[in-house]
Write a protein that binds this ligand. Structure first.
Ligand SMILES: Cc1cc2nc3c(=O)[nH]c(=O)nc-3n(C[C@H](O)[C@H](O)[C@H](O)COP(=O)(O)OP(=O)(O)OC[C@H]3O[C@@H](n4cnc5c(N)ncnc54)[C@H](O)[C@@H]3O)c2cc1C
Length: 453
């Protein structure tokens, strides 16, 4: 008898937790486990702003997939570009651009999310996202190159535009990004004696009336106060109307000369979900509390790409797209896959939110663990302690801790590597949003009647 094939798509928080649990709980002759992932690491996304600002090296948050005693999963290096639920086949584009059909008996969809964009002129051509390791490394180089170029320029207009930076999105990703990068330019400008530090200006804007509303009024105001004290101009109730290569127009009519627009205004589920042609909730795959797709045997989805009912909250709420949920859902979905494999009952996912930590760089932070409001050093200790303990391997923990200590003692050298300087840098170039098939193309590929380009 052949063993059942379990295919996990995506090696993020949800996918890796699921695979590790399957490896631990299933004996090798019970099922074959395969993982599809374009990268050979699990990215610890919450620490991405610290990579952009140079506090951490990129390697320290790229956690190895193969460093595990129980590791035995077959890894396909590539991305899933379509799923045909009827014939139980996942279409994969490998990293060498070959298209392969991978049959499965059970599929766990955990491809996460991509940056959400709107129909704003110039946005997708001129904005950078903060969702991938390449984006974080690119933004760091880009920001340092603005200082280098402003320093070399004799033109005051060019200088002024290179030294203004705009971050859109007042959630934790945008706020941490603006805060960490402002610290970078604040410290770096000391190495550029010809530059007037007063010309450096960071803008953080959001269409919502508050930054990080999940923090509550008091803690949210504290975060705003910290950022304003550091010179970050916060504009709420504001978005952008237009983006160009050398300026950005805000919806309140202001035109900001800038070469740096960082867009972190939310996420949407991976385009892979749309290829299934199944029911979605705001783009996320609609699943049962057990994280299976009702009516389709052996299909599970979780993390940012799935609308998992939040039973702890009730009232028809969906789990928010956070690492906290993705990680726990990963373990839980593995248990449900095993239960279904063994003909046992699956259990619904329930998790009560543990709170939020927001690292604003240095000793600035706000945190709300278990509803307790913390600011400054205690908040920072909780934020870093939480992230540190959530890193999966001891070697990743050691790298991160060493980086933090080194940065605290010796600071940053603000080195611009230039690795990606001449590469296209649009959102789709980093997040591969145009790689996916339509449901019709998926069918054609599976039936062998057409090979998508
Ligand atoms: C800057 C930033 C800061 C954040 N801070 C926090 C925080 O402090 N706390 C918190 O709880 N959450 C935070 N989040 C949110 C959190 O990171 C996400 O909710 C979490 O990563 C979701 O986990 P996931 O497994 O669903 O997706 P991901 O972790 O994004 O993993 C998805 C994986 O799938 C891969 N993939 C994508 N498409 C395909 C495909 N077609 N085929 C195969 N593989 C694919 C990706 O490469 C990736 O490895 C932050 C996010 C960002 C961007």
């Amino acid at each position: 008898m052949t063993r059942p094939r379990i295919l996990v798509v995506g090696a993020g928080f949800a996918g890796v937790e699921c695979v590790r649990r399957l490896e631990r709980k299933l004996s090798p002759d019970e099922a074959d486990v395969t993982l599809v992932t374009p990268f050979a690491y699990q990215l610890y996304l919450p620490l991405l702003p610290q990579v952009a600002s140079g506090v951490l090296t990129p390697q320290s948050i790229a956690v190895s997939l193969r460093r595990s005693k129980k590791y035995r999963t077959r890894i396909i290096p590539g991305g899933a570009i379509g799923v045909d639920l009827k014939s139980k086949v996942c279409v994969i584009r490998t990293i060498t651009d070959e298209i392969v059909n991978e049959p499965y008996d059970y599929i766990v969809l955990a491809p996460g999310s991509i940056t959400r964009t709107f129909d704003i002129p110039g946005l997708t051509d001129h904005a950078f996202g903060m969702k991938t390791l390449a984006e974080a490394a690119y933004i760091r180089d880009h920001v340092i190159s603005q200082l280098d170029l402003a320093d070399a320029s004799q033109d005051p207009v060019e200088r002024a535009s290179r030294l203004q930076f705009v971050v859109v999105g007042g959630g934790y990703a945008g706020t941490e990004t603006a805060a960490c990068l402002q610290r970078l330019t604040h410290a770096a400008v000391k190495r550029y004696p010809r530059l007037d530090p007063g010309l450096i200006k960071w803008h953080l804007i959001d269409i919502a009336p508050k930054l990080m509303p999940e923090l509550g009024d008091k803690l949210g105001s504290s975060a705003q106060e910290i950022l304003r004290r550091r010179g970050i101009e916060i504009s709420l109730g504001t978005s952008i109307a237009k983006a160009g290569p050398e300026e950005v127009t805000f919806t309140d009519g202001r035109v900001i000369p800038t070469r740096t627009l960082i867009w972190t205004a939310g996420v949407v589920a991976s385009p892979l979900i749309a290829t299934l042609g199944a029911e979605t909730v705001k783009g996320r795959l609609a699943v049962a509390p057990e994280m299976n797709l009702p009516g389709d045997d052996g299909v599970f989805a979780l993390g940012d790409s799935a609308a998992v009912p939040d039973l702890a909250k009730g009232d028809g709420a969906m789990c928010p797209p956070t690492a906290q949920h993705a990680l726990r859902q990963g373990k839980h979905v593995a248990d449900n896959v095993i239960a279904s494999l063994r003909g046992q009952a699956m259990k619904p996912y329930v998790h009560k939110d543990l709170g939020l930590v927001v690292d604003l760089g240095g000793t600035d932070a706000v945190s709300k663990p278990l509803g307790i409001e913390l600011r400054g050093l205690p908040a920072q200790a909780v934020a870093r302690g939480y992230h540190w303990s959530a890193l999966r391997t001891n070697v990743a923990k050691t790298r991160v801790m060493t980086n933090w200590l080194l940065n605290a003692v010796a600071g940053d050298d603000f080195v611009r590597t230039g690795f990606q300087a001449r590469k296209a840098a649009r959102l789709k170039d980093f997040e591969y949003t145009d790689a996916y098939l339509t449901p019709e193309q998926v069918r054609a590929q599976v039936e062998g009647s057409g090979r998508p380009e």
